[in-house]
Design a binder for this molecule. Structure first.
Ligand SMILES: Cc1ncc(COP(=O)(O)O)c(C=O)c1O
Length: 463
């Protein structure tokens, strides 16, 4: 049975709206492929059974098997430079021809170059790193390194957080949809309320008074032996951007209690929030930062645990030991990503377009009672509604019009376009959301009219 907690990551694959949408939009060939997908894959929330099937991904756009184009503002948070960027493809092709893999015991030029560039850019002195084939695996390495470095095992992390879906990652994660029914998780994984001024359990009522940080201080003092505090610098699922003082205080508190500060920036590093590392907006130095997703150029699985000076203490054991630890193809893609961010000025563009998009949305959606708040950090934009059902209805309206995005924490429309998205595509997307919100707020009766209108709108936009 579907519960509210199932909605925490939005767009679950069990809803009636999804079935209705599929009945209206899928052709026979797509249905057949989806049926086969559902036959061979183990079913799980938020993946199989799938919504639709794809034939292409280029720039900001997907093409489904029926040939419809979909502007992708979801992208699993990995398409900072869009899909199939020529620089990534060229770097991968060249590497594929010469060094398709690099077995353990050997290093290679792309891996060393990417390590150097990331460590030099990282917001901490004397950084070193380890690569991993995915964000979850890199979080696991961070947890192990924190234990080794401190001789402690406890962690403090946030309710509602996501750090990956493995047992160690769901132990520090805080979303029921990943934890329910799994049995005992890692001992010593304590949870506290996140910084969420709109729903602050400490009564901040919209404007953060840092009571949640005071509570972390209290917990660290009471426990006395916490290895690390782990937190998403900006929570991607619903675009929670803590105030500047939050991290200044958290840094001081961690230092006072001997706990390491681990920042999870897997979906938000590499320009999403307008900075290479999201923590740069806060001006503090974490002990570790974990990145991933877009690091593989929207193609290869690649993540990195970056640790400050003094944390090179794991020589006696294997922290990761992943087969694809120094995959030259993935690292070549990563180097191309850093070049593209630089050459296309994507950090500045993310900040500028993000600000403009939030301003436009605030004026487009002004006076709409359904809208609770619009917030953003670079080109990560959240439109929080009062109602989860409406959020889902708006999503399916937009999917019909050819726009995909994520719904986070049930009722936040999360927009994460490529940082090099065409401006006209971005403004078109905002219009679609405005239109869908407008129509859905008036009730579901006009679905067909609306979709007719949306389809024409899409056609005009593309031609
Ligand atoms: C904040 C955060 N941490 C960790 C992960 C896990 O990364 P991966 O799926 O690459 O294992 C994700 C993935 O969505 C994430 O958003």
């Amino acid at each position: 049975m579907k519960t509210e907690s199932d909605r925490s990551e939005g767009d679950i694959n069990l809803g009636d709206r999804r079935k209705a949408w599929q009945a209206r939009h899928l052709d026979a060939a797509t249905r057949e492929l989806l049926d086969e997908d559902a036959r061979w894959f183990l079913h799980q929330s938020m993946s199989t059974p799938c919504l639709n099937a794809l034939d292409g991904a280029q720039g900001a756009w997907l093409t489904d098997t029926a040939g419809r184009r979909i502007l992708d503002f979801h992208g699993n948070s990995l398409h900072q430079i869009g899909y199939g960027h020529p620089a990534v493809l060229a770097a991968m092709r060249a590497t594929l021809e010469t060094l398709p893999f690099s077995p353990r015991r050997y290093t290679n030029r792309p891996a060393v170059d990417l390590a150097r560039r990331l460590c030099q850019a990282a917001p901490m002195a004397g950084a070193r790193l380890l690569f991993a084939p995915g964000g979850t695996a890199a979080i696991g390495m961070a947890l192990k390194l924190a234990r080794l470095a401190t001789g402690r095992f406890k962690t403090i992390s946030m309710w509602d957080a996501f750090h990956g879906a493995s047992l160690d990652a769901i132990s520090v994660g805080g979303e029921a949809v990943f934890r329910r029914g799994i049995g005992p998780l890692l001992p010593g994984s304590e949870h506290v309320p996140p910084c969420d001024p709109g729903q602050c359990v400490f009564g901040c009522a919209g404007s953060c008074a840092l009571r949640c940080v005071d509570y972390i201080d209290y917990c660290l003092r009471k426990e006395g032996d916490v290895a690390a505090v782990i937190v998403e610098t900006v929570r991607c699922t619903d675009v929670q951007v803590p105030p500047t003082d939050y991290y200044r205080r958290l840094r001081q508190i961690c230092d006072r209690h001997g706990a390491l500060l681990i920042l999870d920036e897997i979906p938000i590093a590499l320009g999403r929030t307008g900075h290479l590392f999201a923590v740069e907006r806060y001006g503090i130095e974490p002990d570790m930062v974990v990145i991933g997703k877009g690091l593989g150029g929207g193609t290869m699985p690649l993540a990195a645990l970056i640790a400050r000076e003094g944390l090179n203490v794991g020589q006696q054991i294997s922290l990761g030991h992943y087969t694809h630890e120094k995959n030259p193809l993935a690292c070549a893609a990563g180097l191309a990503v850093l070049d593209v961010i630089d050459q296309e000025g994507l950090l500045e563009r993310s900040r500028r377009l993000g600000l403009e998009a939030v301003q436009r949305l605030r004026s487009l959606l002004a006076g709409m009672p359904a809208v609770k708040e619009i917030r953003g950090a670079g080109l990560l934009i959240g439109i929080e509604l009062h109602n989860a059902d409406l959020a889902e209805a708006v999503l399916y309206r937009c999917l019909s019009a050819g726009l995909s995005f994520k719904v986070g924490q049930g009722q936040v429309l999360v927009l994460a376009p490529p940082l090099n998205v065409d401006e006209s595509d971005l403004w078109w997307a905002l219009e679609q959301i405005h239109q869908a919100l407008h129509d859905e707020s008036r009730g579901p009766a006009r679905t067909d009219d609306h979709e007719q209108g949306q389809a024409e709108n899409l056609h005009q936009h593309r031609s």
